[in-house]
Ligand binder design. Structure first.
Ligand code: GAF
Length: 370
């Protein structure tokens, strides 16, 4: 039944492992974090949109015709894009007032934009009574990012926002879009996952992201594959010999070894051994630094310092070129690690990092007033 107003929240995510594998139709293992975006959508007169954010001063007002791909709407594009996609799919959309309020750090590699789009999509579908299930919402929110905003991302972030459950990481197969909950209990093992937001942002991140994606697609085509997912460790060495140039070889090696690391991490978590996944996290970072080349000095320093302070493993998380590092470490070492990273950043002249301990939280949910 259509309603006049609805409020939904969707979380950010940490990707435990499985980076830049999603658009290669591979594996990833994200978990939802406690920080989330809350969207309240209210039906108003007319057919336009009024978009407001608790984190911003300005109000974005759009007539129906302004809601089209290519419109340079910055953050509000993730909101307007939902309305565009819903209209494209045949729904009649009245005027809407959309208010968002997010605690997900922006530009930190923690998926603030998918949290925004997913919370708005759930609230919009609720007020319009569209009856979309989570699979349809996944397709819709991916389309917002790919077709409206124009970011060639791979679907991992929306999957995490929509399907995660508390206490679990989400094992994602991006080819079938099948997911499975994998228990992620680190506190029971006296461990903690520390997020280190380096506050570094790379000016060319979106161009670099597209370049990596294109490179992977080129490598797959040259190997006669639909995607690099079809390649496994057994076929890697001979595939690398068949590829021209160092760059495509490095990209391919990262994707294939990263898929393998995800599978191994899942096995260890299934066996109840989260304390054993550290070397896989660190190897993932090395692969992203040396083969995929998407780290920046702030990310590498945070990883090195975390390992030096006793972390079992550490890696960058998210799209790269800045953003956050996660470190898995004995819980009692958290304050020492935070201090050591802050000191190292000051010594390097980097911005002061922001840190917080995180745990696997729940996916998108309705927020009932009162
Ligand atoms: C970003 C993208 F949005 C995801 O689709 C994914 O590719 C990730 O970078 C890297 O794993 O978050």
């Amino acid at each position: 039944m259509p309603r006049t107003s609805a409020t939904w929240a969707a979380p950010g995510r940490v990707n435990l492992i499985g980076e830049h594998t999603d658009y290669n139709l591979g594996f990833a293992l994200p978990f939802a974090i406690e920080q989330s975006c809350t969207a309240t959508v209210t039906v108003v007169d007319g057919t336009g949109l009024v978009i407001r954010s608790a984190q911003r001063e300005d109000t974005v007002t759009l007539a129906e015709d302004d809601v089209r791909p290519g419109a340079d709407l910055d953050w509000a594009g993730y909101v307007a894009g939902v309305v565009w996609a819903v209209r494209r799919d045949g729904a009649r959309v009245p005027g809407l007032d959309i208010h968002v309020d997010s605690t997900v750090p922006v530009g930190a590699g923690l998926s603030s934009s998918a949290a925004l789009a997913c919370s708005v999509a759930l609230a919009v579908q609720d007020v319009l009574g569209l009856g979309l299930d989570r699979d349809a919402l996944l397709a819709l929110t991916r389309s917002v990012e790919n077709d409206f905003v124009g970011a060639p991302t791979g679907g991992l972030d929306q999957l995490a926002a929509l399907r995660c459950v508390p206490g679990h990481a989400l094992f994602c197969d991006l080819r079938s879009l099948q997911t499975r909950q994998v228990e992620l209990d680190v506190t029971g093992h006296r461990l903690a996952i520390l997020v280190i937001d380096t506050r570094a942002h790379h000016a060319h991140a979106s161009g670099e992201y597209r370049e990596r994606r294109d490179g992977c697609e080129r490598a797959a085509a040259l190997l006669g594959l639909t995607s690099l997912r079809e390649l496994d460790m057994a076929g890697l060495a001979s595939a690398l010999e068949r590829l021209p140039g160092d760059e495509l070889r490095r990209y391919t090696r990262h994707v294939v070894t990263e898929n393998e690391r995800v599978l191994r991490t899942v096995e260890l978590l299934d066996a109840g051994e989260p304390e054993s996944i550290g070397p896989l996290l660190t190897a993932s970072h090395a692969s992203l630094r040396d083969d995929y080349r998407i780290t920046v000095p702030e990310l590498d320093v945070a990883v090195e310092v975390a390992l030096r302070t006793g972390a079992l493993g550490a890696r960058m998380t998210g799209g790269g070129f800045g953003g956050s590092v996660i470190a898995l470490l004995p819980a009692e070492l958290v304050p020492a690690c935070e201090r050591a990273v802050a000191e190292a950043f000051a010594a390097h002249g980097f911005l002061e990092p922001r840190t917080f301990v995180t745990a696997a939280a729940g996916g998108a949910r309705e927020v009932v007033p009162g």
